[in-house]
Design a protein around this ligand. Structure first.
Ligand SMILES: [Zn+2]
Ligand SMILES: [Zn+2]
Length: 145
């Protein structure tokens, strides 16, 4: 266990809170079709920790076991049964680690691509809107003003 640094986060409704000790081992930006479907977005962004460095508190943690079509191995997705927020997952392929969704931490400043090791995986199914660059309008808030 690393000492010092601790980061907290949780679901949208606040019923589930988590804390992680230390920095993630890496941050995986996963473009697989499974992550696109489970997040409803272009990719999942998962901060990967040792299970021992994470505590999750709350009585609305739900779990769904998915079996990979390709490998046949399981992934246990966790989510808040009250608000539906993604709470990361554990996977048979890599015992002893779990992920937390990078966007669910309270503070954004420490979890940056400069400070942490980020990796794109399953780029073969990357959506063309995963990185629009200058192709889209940018508004600091909403365009409705
Ligand atoms: Zn919730
Ligand atoms: Zn994925």
């Amino acid at each position: 266990m690393s000492d010092g640094e601790m980061h907290t986060g949780g679901c949208v409704c606040g019923a589930v809170r988590f804390r992680a000790i230390g920095k993630p081992k890496r941050v995986t930006v996963c473009h697989c079709t499974w992550c696109q479907r489970r997040t409803g977005s272009a990719f999942g962004v998962e901060a990967v920790f040792d299970e021992a460095d994470i505590e999750i508190a709350g009585d609305t943690v739900g779990r769904y076991r998915h079996r990979s079509d390709e490998s046949g191995r399981w992934l246990d997705i966790e989510f808040c049964t009250r608000c539906g927020s993604n709470l990361g997952f554990t996977l048979e392929a890599v015992p002893g680690i779990r992920t937390l969704p990078a966007g669910a931490f309270d503070e954004a400043g420490w979890l940056t691509a400069r400070a942490q090791e980020f990796r794109h995986v399953f780029a073969r199914s990357r959506r063309d809107w995963a990185d629009l660059g200058a192709a889209a309008e940018v508004h600091e808030r909403h365009f409705r003003g």
